[in-house]
Design a binder for this molecule. Structure first.
Ligand SMILES: *[C@@H]1O[C@H](CO)[C@@H](O)[C@H](O)[C@H]1NC(C)=O
Ligand SMILES: *[C@@H]1O[C@H](CO)[C@@H](O)[C@H](O)[C@H]1NC(C)=O
Ligand SMILES: *[C@@H]1O[C@H](CO)[C@@H](O)[C@H](O)[C@H]1NC(C)=O
Ligand SMILES: *[C@@H]1O[C@H](CO)[C@@H](O)[C@H](O)[C@H]1NC(C)=O
Ligand SMILES: *[C@@H]1O[C@H](CO)[C@@H](O)[C@H](O)[C@H]1NC(C)=O
Length: 264
């Protein structure tokens, strides 16, 4: 190739890879008292996307808005200091997820007012996210007890999929509206006292967000972002992840798909 042609090829390549200046970031709607410390409750046979959908967007928020929100912290909480598999029950097809802190270690920090101990510098949890999965049909008594204890001190709680059954059994959903996985509807809606289970991608009632099956956790988390940090901020995080966001919480084609009938 002659030098002249080579330069022409380079010029075309440079043009093809150009990018306009990035659009400005929308400001946070609320800079005071924004939640900073997020916890995920893990247990054996949780569904990975239930956890990683919300986590992905929280990480996105921390990347783009960390300089405004201050330091965001993430804790992974488990009953035992051993990895919890995300393989379904009676399967090995999945990986282990390790807690950063156990429920008992967190209880000790709370008793000592976060003055000393593992993770003390993170302070109290503001929000916990409870995934679902096959494991919720097993013995989750320790997870239920922890959620029941901690809920009164939280700013918000988010359940994903059948994680709603842990919230319901902890009494968190009593007298509230909530949703859960549509395919597992008959089983998942047997829990709690006077819970009005309804269809929807996610349902907000007070400081409680319950989201529908698996992938809905990501959209529900973005709905939570819209409420707490601002609609444009939520869209910015979604667009950065090239995620087609579901903005209508009530729109739920999966209710029809799985033949859900509401009403108690
Ligand atoms: C935070 O960083 C973004 C770029 O990532 C910048 O546009 C914004 O002005 C910064 N905000 C503050 C308060 O420093
Ligand atoms: C569930 O687990 C708890 C804590 O490990 C244990 O005390 C309890 O006996 C278990 N319940 C059943 C029904 O196995
Ligand atoms: C059940 O919860 C609803 C709110 O979702 C409330 O209006 C109603 O009074 C509750 N019923 C009872 C019997 O507590
Ligand atoms: C915004 O911050 C104020 C002051 O702390 C608080 O009262 C309000 O509830 C916050 N709004 C949201 C949507 O979080
Ligand atoms: C949201 O979805 C519900 C249920 O399908 C529908 O009735 C409502 O019109 C939709 N809202 C908007 C703003 O599109």
């Amino acid at each position: 190739m002659r030098a002249k042609d080579f330069i022409a090829v380079l010029a075309v390549a440079a043009f093809a890879n150009a990018q306009k200046p990035l659009p400005p970031m929308p400001p946070l709607a609320n800079k005071t008292a924004v939640p900073l410390h997020f916890g995920f409750v893990i247990f054996p046979s949780l569904t990975p996307l239930d956890m990683f959908g919300p986590m992905e967007f929280l990480i996105g928020l921390s990347i783009h808005y960390g300089n405004v929100t201050g330091k965001m912290h993430m804790s992974i909480l488990g009953a035992e200091n051993t990895p919890s598999t995300c393989a379904p029950p009676n399967s090995q097809f999945g990986m282990g997820l390790s807690p950063t802190i156990t429920f008992d270690e967190y209880r000790a920090l709370e008793a000592g007012k976060f003055s000393y101990g593992k993770g003390a510098e993170k302070g109290p949890l503001d929000v916990i996210i409870v995934p679902g999965g096959g494991g919720t049909r097993g013995n989750v008594s320790r997870e239920i007890a922890f959620v029941k204890e901690i809920y009164p001190s939280l700013k918000y709680i988010i359940s994903v999929c059948t994680g709603s059954t842990i919230l319901a059994r902890a009494g968190v959903l009593d007298n509230k509206r909530a949703t859960t996985n549509k395919r597992a509807w008959p089983w998942a809606t047997t829990f709690g006292n006077n819970v009005t289970y309804q269809t929807g991608r996610w349902v907000k009632d007070g400081n409680t967000y319950s989201t529908s099956g698996v992938s809905a956790g990501g959209d529900g988390t973005l709905g939570f972002f819209a409420d707490v940090y601002g609609e444009e901020v939520s869209q910015y995080v979604a667009d950065s992840a090239e995620w087609t966001r579901w903005t209508n919480a009530s729109y739920d084609p999966f209710a029809e798909r799985w033949g859900v009938v509401t009403g108690r």
